[in-house]
Design a protein. Structure first.
Length: 425
């Protein structure tokens, strides 16, 4: 979503200008931030990045002071001379009803990319100029997004490790998902929304072309750098620890580590010995709390169980939050599974990608997303491993993705009682 800052102290002029901006390309009013003083404008520019700033050349220094001639020019000069202090908008447009103010701005602000438009209620030239700029910004507002270290452009990014059933299960959550292309990037991305209970969250899903830690790490990093999500999630299927989990159980990784990390050597008797080094990532406390709340919702879990149209296991799924290990190999041997179980007494699952996705989030450039990894049990990583429950497991994991997204990541859709522009004036 593009972000526009309007700096204007007159109520009616602010309304007219905001209407011109919003109507330029059917923009949501939430894309517009309005302030009416020099101090407020500077504070916003210090804390946020804007694609466009529209500023009156004559505004108060503070809201409790009268209008100061040329205060808007003063702000533009500050942006030019203190570029390290402010997030300079991509585009800047000055407005004034007074020819002398426009002439003064053109003399002091010698930047051909920052036009000054003459405002008049009964003229439309400024409207055409402003709306042309807005339409250009909307048209060019596409990934990859340039980071300012603060601004998120997407609410939720999702990585799946299999392009068929795991991806299909996520896309089946809502008909809004459509494939989108990113210039110079062959990764398959799908954008859509998840909604329910008066809440909505925008989502971008990236499908890794192959299983495994390295590929998922690269895909997760590209998703973060390209779409700047506030949250990052990994969903899919995994092997559960027999006796602790059942088919379809949703396992949330906390903690998570690479079970293959360590040193392979020999002991004093020249026998091969592996010394594991389980450096762990932990789940964010707020996301953990929301997941725990969902785990106690027996009615929702029953609904998920009953709405599956294929063959179901005996028991409805559970949500378990505990240790999950990631590794580079598919497991189909009880002894290999037992060796990993020995790394953590509370281990509940083993899979191939979550640790890399959590790592990508942890060490990404700012702003970093909050990450969560969860998968559903489709087998137990032993000699009895088969593919019979993969689709069911992918389904329960995808359903949890929607549930946690709406519970923990989506703002309320409640309509404010007052117009946000009017209340800010």
């Amino acid at each position: 979503m593009i972000r526009i800052l309007l700096v204007e102290d007159e109520t009616e002029k602010a309304r007219v200008v905001s209407d011109a901006i919003v109507n330029a390309s059917s923009l949501n009013i939430n894309c517009l931030t309005h302030c009416n003083s020099l101090v407020e404008a500077k504070r916003n520019l210090q804390n946020n990045y804007y694609d466009l700033m529209v500023i009156d050349l004559n505004i108060p220094t503070r809201t409790d002071l009268p209008v100061k001639g040329g205060a808007g020019i003063e702000l533009l000069q500050s942006l030019s001379s203190h570029s390290d202090k402010y997030n300079i908008p991509k585009y800047v447009i000055g407005l004034s009803a007074y020819p002398e103010s426009i002439e003064g701005a053109e003399l002091k602000i010698k930047n051909p990319l920052w036009p000054i438009l003459k405002f008049a209620h009964d003229e439309s030239d400024w409207v055409h100029g402003l709306q042309s700029a807005v339409r250009h910004i909307v048209t060019s507002d596409r990934p990859p997004f340039v980071t300012d270290g603060r601004t998120y452009h997407t609410t939720l990014g999702v990585v799946v490790g299999l392009e068929d059933l795991e991806l299909e299960s996520v896309l089946a959550l809502d008909p809004s998902f459509k494939q989108i292309s990113v210039r110079h990037d062959p990764t398959r991305y799908f954008a859509g929304t998840l909604s329910g209970d008066g809440r909505i969250v925008d989502v971008v899903v990236a499908a890794a072309p192959k299983m495994g830690l390295p590929v998922s790490a690269v895909v997760a990093t590209k998703l973060v750098e390209t779409f700047r999500p506030r949250y990052l999630a990994m969903t899919g299927i995994c092997a559960g620890v027999r006796g602790k989990t059942e088919i379809g159980d949703i396992l949330i990784a906390d903690p998570c580590w690479d079970w293959g990390s360590g040193k392979l050597g020999v002991d004093q008797d020249e026998r091969e010995r592996f010394l594991n080094a389980p450096y762990q990532w932990r789940l964010n406390a707020e996301l953990r709390s929301k997941a725990k709340d969902i785990s106690t919702d027996s009615e929702w879990l029953k609904t998920v169980f009953m709405e599956w149209e294929g063959e179901r296991p005996i028991n409805k799924p559970r949500i378990l939050i505990d240790a999950v290990a990631s590794g580079a190999s598919v497991l189909q041997r009880r002894s290999a599974m037992d060796a990993i179980v020995g790394q953590h007494k509370n281990l509940i699952g083993v899979e191939m990608e979550i640790f890399s996705v959590l790592t990508a989030a942890e060490i990404s450039t700012a702003p970093q997303p909050l990450a969560i990894g969860f998968k559903s049990v489709c087998d137990f990583g032993d000699e009895n491993k088969n593919d019979g429950h993969q689709r069911y497991a992918a389904y329960t994991s995808a359903r949890f993705l929607k549930k946690i997204a709406l519970a923990a990541m989506a703002p309320s859709l409640e309509i404010p009682e007052e117009d946000p522009l009017e209340s800010a004036v």
